[in-house]
Each structure stands twice: as structure tokens, then as C-alpha cells.
Design a protein around this ligand. Structure first.
Ligand code: XMP
Length: 513
């Protein structure tokens, strides 16, 4: 059965998939397409609504992305966000110019509550603004329904034509009533029914994989983390024993993790798949010797991973597909189209020129972490695996600042294990988005017994986030931090200081690298 659909037209913004995910959260199926999607295609897909994303360009700049103006005559409701709002206005005869005062960050917007999008929103509400240009003269037929001190036309609507604009970003958590505003668009304006569920996504994906793979052989890069585990189980449900999962133990995993992964996916016999463990620790350590720069570490590990797969693939004969558990935040931060590269994620960047596979399959590429978890539960993966801490592909190598050595890996594994154990004991493990220890490259003076020490500082990180695109530092109970730091300093050799990272994302990232 064809689900009702909302289309997000991507104009190059950082939050385009986040918009789609927010729509899916409202139980409406949503796909992201490039702004170049032909009008005919849009008509064929018959979406209930269209959302234009933000983007880094100025609407009057050279090569500014623009869609066909005829889109406004399709009779499909459209919501323009940020650049999308400016584009709609400019295309319909309004004026966009450089704002005298740029707004970056949370800003109070005053809403006209008679507006269709804002009827049930507070008269004054906090929203995330992030723009250089603004609408300086709205197009004819638009009523202004939102203003800020610096942006007189922060939201507008043309109810007759079902066209809506917001200069702020309703999709991010920082916009307090963003979900309400999006729901108003979906349900009041687009008249969606909201009957889509994650199981539809899982079923659809399994069928699509089966059709694509046919009787081909599939190789899966299994790390034991949530993402690759969900991808692997999805593949095993689709093609059974045509799938071989290779687990590369690069020696950069958390304490005991290598053995745990082998236990779950192989020894327990719980899942129907071929499992191979490759003990490649030494290869990775050798390649990482003397390397401090985090991007370089990522590239080296990514490439070495692919080499190991190529070698294993050759051993098991012809392989047609390689499966990876890439999820959406990995993709966006590795740079898509014109958006800036923040870091090259292990699953995305660092592919060598020659790859000995026909194609890479990334079934979770459009999903956010919590959506991946929901899919995992739908697939019958046990809770403890589904709710496992996220762990980056390059592993502890990026959580060790500076050069990676076997000694530092051991220190970090021990410190991190203590931290995780105490968080669990305190019963707060499920309420924190992600938490882990990192090993700083800083050594400082301490005193233990009567001895002077000159040892490392371990940094503890804990963040709350729903989408891993933005995050706030978690406020951990002081008592727990006290126990953790005491235990780490007492039990882990060469650590004499424990620090807590209070930075949010942005400006930091979640990983401490
Ligand atoms: P950042 O540090 O980018 O992290 O704010 C966002 C989320 O992504 C995880 N992460 C990775 N996951 N491969 C992955 O599969 C990677 O290379 C990678 N780097 C970061 C990170 O742990 C957090 O959950």
C-alpha cells in the first residue's frame, strides 16, 4: 500500500534529513530529494506536502539553487524554511536582502496566533535563527505571522495558495515549539492522516534489499555497534546465508568488546549469518604509529578497514555487495554537496580508489540513531544490543588525543569501563544520549601517597541529544562523577586527573577527538 508522502526538497542545508526525520516522527512518511527533482516526478509522487530546506546560498547569488517556479501552481502545500523561505518569496515577487543585523542562535519570535501554523503556539516563543539574508519585502498575498526584533518577516502565509514560510528552523530542538509548528503544517495544512510506522520502513527495506541483491553474495562490515548490527540483521532477514559478516577487531574497541561481539553474533547462534572475526590489531597499530592528527587517523583506519575486507572477500570468493551501517549524521558531517566537511566519518570517507565490490549498500543511510534503534527493535534484536552506546568506527583511536599507543589504549579501555560501570550502577545509563571517556594528551603533576606523579588526564563526556546533530552536555550527579574519578585515579595506572567536558554540540562535537 502506498503511504501518504511528504517531500523535502534539499537546497543544501545542514538540517535537511532532520526535517524528514521530524516529519516521520509525526508518523508521516517523508523522503528527501534534491531541489532539481523534475516537476513531473513530483507530480507523479503526489505528495501531500512539500518542504523547502535551508541552504548556504544567497537567492540572488551566482549558481543559487532554485526549483521550477511552476511548483507553486501544483496546488500542493509548501513550507519554505530559511533559504527555502527566501527563495519562495523571491520567486513570487518579494525582495530578499542582506539583513542589517544577522541572527545566529536562539531568538524570541512573536507569532500572530490567528495564523494557520501558529494557532496553538505561545505568542512569544524561542526559535533557532541562522541567517545572513532576510526577506525585506514579502510577496503579494502573504500575511506576516511571525516577527523578531531584527527580522520583521520571520514567518508568513498565503492561506489561499497554501504557501508558508518560516525564517527560523522548526526542525531543531532549540526551537521550542518546532514540532507543534511542523505538525500544524502536516495535519492542518496538508491534511495528513499520520498512519506511517517504522515497521513499514523495515519491511520496505528488506524487500528492496532482496530485490536488489537477488542471488548475489553480500559482505557486511559488522562492528557490533548499534548501526552495523541493525544493518547486518536487516540483511540477514533479507538474504539469509548469502550474507557473510566480517568483524574486524582493530584493537581499538572498548574493554572486552571483541569477545562480546563474537559471543552474540557467532557463539550464541542467535542470528542466521556467516560470521568471521579478523584479528587485525597489529596492522592497525603499525599504521597508526606516530600519527596524531584526527582526520589522518580516520583516513588510515577507514582505508585499512577496506583493505582487510578486500582480502577477506577474496578468500570467500566473489562478493557482489558490501553493507555498511552508515546512518544519516555520519553522511551529513562528511559533507554532502556544498555543505562543509566537519569530519570524515569512518563509514563514509576514506574509500580507496579501487574497491573490489560491485556496490555498497547502506540501508540506514537516511535514518537517525533513535530511528535505527526503533528499526532494531522491529527486527527483533535484543534490547541490550539495540540500546548499546554508540561507538565510532575508528574506535578509541579518535578518543585518544595525539599518538595512539598500546599503552594509551589500555589506559583508556580501563577508564572507560569504570565510567560505564558506574553510570549503569547509578541507573542513569538509559537517560543519557551518549557517554564515554577520552584520553587527553595532557600530562600534569599530581601527588599519590607521598609521591609526585606526572600522568595523564582522562576526560569524561556525557551528552543528551535526540538526533546526534546537536547535543547538550549532560548534568551528571556530582556524586557519580566523584566516584568515577576516584576509581579511575585509583585503579588505572598513569592517570592522576579526571576532567568533565561541559561543552555542547555545537561548538564541540560529541566525540572528543
Ligand atoms: P560527532 O562527534 O560527530 O558524533 O558529534 C556524532 C555521533 O556519531 C558517532 N561517530 C561515528 N560513528 N563512524 C560512526 O559510525 C564514525 O566515524 C563516527 N564518528 C563519530 C559519535 O560517536 C556520535 O554518536
Amino acid at each position: 500500500m502506498q503511504n501518504e508522502l511528504v517531500i523535502v526538497l534539499d537546497f543544501g542545508g545542514q538540517y535537511n534529513q532532520l526535517i524528514a526525520r521530524r516529519v516521520r516522527e509525526c508518523s508521516v512518511y517523508c523522503e528527501v530529494h534534491p531541489y532539481t527533482l523534475p516537476l513531473e516526478e513530483i507530480r507523479k509522487k503526489a505528495p501531500k506536502g512539500i518542504i523547502f530546506t535551508g541552504g548556504p546560498n544567497s537567492v540572488y547569488g551566482a549558481n543559487a539553487p532554485a526549483c521550477d517556479k511552476a511548483i507553486y501552481d501544483l496546488g500542493i502545500p509548501i513550507l519554505g524554511i530559511c533559504y527555502g523561505a527566501q527563495l519562495m518569496m523571491a520567486q513570487l515577487g518579494g525582495v530578499v536582502s542582506t539583513a542589517p543585523v544577522r541572527e545566529y542562535g536562539v531568538t524570541e519570535v512573536t507569532f500572530d496566533n490567528t495564523g494557520k501554523l501558529f494557532g496553538n503556539v505561545a505568542h512569544k516563543s524561542i526559535c533557532l535563527m541562522s541567517h545572513t539574508d532576510y526577506v525585506s519585502k514579502p510577496a503579494d498575498g502573504f500575511k506576516i505571522v511571525g516577527t523578531t526584533d531584527a527580522c520583521p518577516f520571520a514567518a508568513s502565509e498565503n492561506v489561499e495558495k497554501n504557501l508558508y514560510t518560516v525564517q527560523f528552523h522548526p526542525e531543531v530542538n532549540h526551537t521550542k515549539e518546532g514540532t507543534t509548528i511542523l505538525s500544524n503544517f502536516l495535519f492542518d495544512v496538508c491534511q495528513c492522516a499520520g498512519d506511517w510506522k517504522m515497521d513499514s520502513f523495515v519491511e520496505r527495506s528488506i524487500e528492496a534489499i532482496r530485490a536488489k541483491v537477488g542471488d548475489g553474495k553480500v559482505l557486511c562490515a559488522l562492528s557490533g555497534g548499534v548501526d552495523s548490527s541493525v544493518a547486518a540483521v536487516m540483511l540477514s532477514k533479507a538474504v539469509g546465508k548469502q550474507l557473510t559478516c566480517i568483524f574486524v577487531d582493530h584493537g581499538l574497541l572498548r574493554k572486552n568488546e571483541g569477545d562480546e561481539v563474537e559471543e552474540v553474533f557467532s557463539k550464541s547462534g542467535k542470528f542466521d549469518l556467516n560470521f568471521i572475526r579478523v584479528n587485525a590489531q597489529k596492522r592497525f597499530y603499525d599504521k597508526l604509529e606516530g600519527v596524531s592528527e584526527p582526520e589522518k587517523k580516520r583516513k588510515i583506519i577507514g582505508e585499512e578497514f577496506i583493505r582487510v575486507f578486500e582480502e577477506e572477500a577474496k578468500k570467500i570468493g566473489t562478493v557482489d555487495y558490501l553493507v555498511q551501517g552508515t546512518i544519516y549524521p555520519d553522511v551529513i558531517e562528511s559533507g554532502l554537496g556544498d555543505s562543509a566537511v566537519i569530519k570524515s566519518h569512518h563509514n563514509v570517507g576514506g574509500l580507496p580508489d579501487y574497491v573490489d565490490f560491485k556496490e555498497i549498500i547502506e540501508p540506514l543511510r537516511d535514518l537517525f540513531k533513535d530511528e535505527v534503534r526503533k528499526s532494531g527493535l522491529e527486527l527483533g534484536i535484543p534490547d541490550y544490543l539495540v540500546f548499546r552506546q554508540p561507538f565510532p568506527g575508528p574506535g578509541l583511536a579518535i578518543r585518544i588525543i595525539g599518538e595512539v599507543t598500546e599503552e594509551k589504549i589500555k589506559i583508556l579501555q580501563e577508564a572507560d569501563a569504570i565510567y560505564r560501570e558506574e553510570i549503569k550502577k547509578a541507573g542513569i545509563d538509559r537517560s543519557i544520549g551518549q557517554y564515554f571517556a577520552a584520553l587527553t594528551n595532557m600530562r600534569s603533576v599530581g601527588v599519590m601517597g607521598d609521591e609526585r606523579t606526572y600522568d595523564y588526564a582522562v576526560a569524561l563526556r556525557a551528552v543528551n541529544t535526540s538526533d546526534f546533530m546537536t547535543a547538550d552536555a549532560a548534568e551528571l550527579p556530582w556524586e557519580v562523577l566523584g566516584i568515577v574519578s576516584q576509581r579511575i585515579v585509583n585503579e588505572v595506572k598513569h592517570v592522576n586527573r579526571v576532567l568533565y567536558d561541559c561543552t555542547g554540540k555545537p561548538p564541540a562535537t560529541i566525540e572528543f577527538e
